[in-house]
Design a protein. Structure first.
Length: 443
């Protein structure tokens, strides 16, 4: 043990590093786990620094996600041969034996019981044997409370309010990785939001696996609209942003709540997945194009200049040229402000992976390119509609030259030149800008 200048023994602080793959929910959970380690007197360091414990938070959305998770696990084992290596997250939940079979993995956690990670690490050290701490996900009955975040280095804070999914789309492994719907107790969600605002976060993003179904399992009169209504009462909260909500979860109450609020951002992410009714049916999506169009019309009637972003899966098994053409035309008609385009990827364990009519990779790649052109045009058109208008920008980062980057309530990314008076922009401040073309990247 090292000594200080007075020849007194000094106990070195233990260190932990995190590598997080996948979605924003994973990022939020890693940050909560980091807080758990801080409370146990660990220092949280980067993956390039020496660490006593290495935590890899994995993704399993596609087979490619599994492969990337394994690559990262092996890379971290090689980089930290003396560390306790913990693998958690969705891939660990769905394939714990496979993960434990990687030489050098010491502990496998899934998507529950993560608050016990320190206990399990001590068990690994005492018994010197790799441990599998994964339980069957369908045993999960309540939302798992993790430590409240206190050291996010961001201007916006993620607030997880829900876990699990009961939808079982034919391409998706998430229900098997995350289990059934579990909603966070409203008093806990509200208390954390109040604390985040008190700590200076001007924007909070509500997140979850199936956010729109919040409250369904609470056996009380709680739903997403009511929770949003309570959160927007918090003094000092400037913005409340909603993460992905499924099309059929927009109740009249929720739409009215969003439309009447001066804090809920006029930006909604509404997954479409395909612009073909035939493909939507094979995906087991609970809506058709007519219903999706009607929802957009209702929302835009109540919320002028609404920004709508979406997800599209290209090349789903059985997708014909006609289905792809339908998707192209439907997407053009929706005037999305942003589109995430994904080529379909087989996921072992899902029905679609066994469908016989898989689309060739070359054809999928071509269709992705075609849809990306539409996506870029749609995003540029939406951004241009704000040129010449005053917009409020929440500054998120400032570079060494003094230039700032932030987002408007509609989630348009804005680049602001350095101040002419020599002063610096400050991360977390709001700036009103008359939007010009040089502020936004337009295709």
């Amino acid at each position: 043990m090292p000594y200080d200048s007075q020849n007194t023994m000094v106990e070195l602080q233990k260190a932990v590093c995190f590598v997080t793959l996948g979605c924003k929910v994973n990022q939020t959970e890693s940050e909560a786990m980091a807080q758990l380690f801080r409370e146990a007197q660990y220092q949280v360091v980067s993956a390039q620094e020496e660490a006593d414990v290495v935590v890899v938070n994995t993704c399993t959305v596609t087979n490619t996600g599994d492969s990337k998770s394994r690559q990262v696990i092996r890379r971290m084992i090689k980089a930290h041969p003396e560390s306790v290596v913990v693998v958690m997250g969705c891939y660990a939940q769905t394939a714990p034996g496979e993960v434990l079979g990687i030489e050098g993995v010491d502990l496998v956690l899934g998507t529950q019981d993560r608050a016990k990670i320190l206990e399990w690490i001590e068990k690994v050290k005492a018994e010197k044997v790799p441990q599998n701490a994964v339980r069957g996900i369908w045993d999960a009955e309540e939302f798992e409370e993790l430590p409240q975040l206190s050291e996010e280095h961001r201007t916006r804070a993620m607030l997880k309010i829900q876990e699990g999914c009961n939808q079982f789309c034919t391409y998706c492994i998430i229900p098997y990785a995350r289990g059934p719907l579990r909603s966070r107790r409203p008093e806990n969600a509200i208390a954390e939001a109040q604390r985040l605002v008190a700590e200076g976060y001007p924007e909070i993003v509500l997140t979850g696996i199936h956010t729109g179904f919040y409250g369904e399992d609470l056996q009380e009169d709680w739903n997403l609209a009511r929770l949003v209504g309570e959160l927007e009462k918090i003094p000092g909260l400037r913005r409340l942003r909603l993460s992905s909500i499924e099309p059929m979860e927009y109740t009249s109450e929720l739409i009215e709540c969003i439309a009447s609020s001066d804090k809920v951002c006029p930006h909604l992410h509404i997954p479409l997945q395909s612009g073909s009714d035939n493909v939507l049916a094979r995906m087991h999506r609970p809506y058709d194009l007519k219903e999706y169009s009607a929802l957009l019309a209702r929302l835009r009637q109540r919320i002028p200049n609404l920004a709508v972003t979406t997800d599209i899966i290209v090349g789903f098994p059985g997708e014909t040229d006609e289905d792809h053409a339908s998707t192209m035309e439907f997407v053009k008609s929706c005037n999305f402000s942003g589109i995430h385009v994904f080529p379909y990827s087989k996921r072992k364990g899902t029905p679609a992976a066994d469908y016989p009519d898989q689309v060739l990779k070359q054809l999928k790649d071509q269709r992705v390119k075609e849809l990306l052109v539409v996506a870029r045009d749609s995003q540029a058109r939406f951004s241009r509609s704000f040129i010449g208008k005053s917009v409020d920008v929440l500054i998120e980062r400032v570079d060494l030259k003094g230039c700032a980057v932030g987002h408007t309530p509609h989630y348009i990314q804005v680049e602001i030149p350095a101040r002419e008076d020599g002063k610096l922009w400050v991360s977390g401040e709001f700036v009103t800008v008359v939007l010009e073309e040089h502020h936004v990247k337009l295709s």
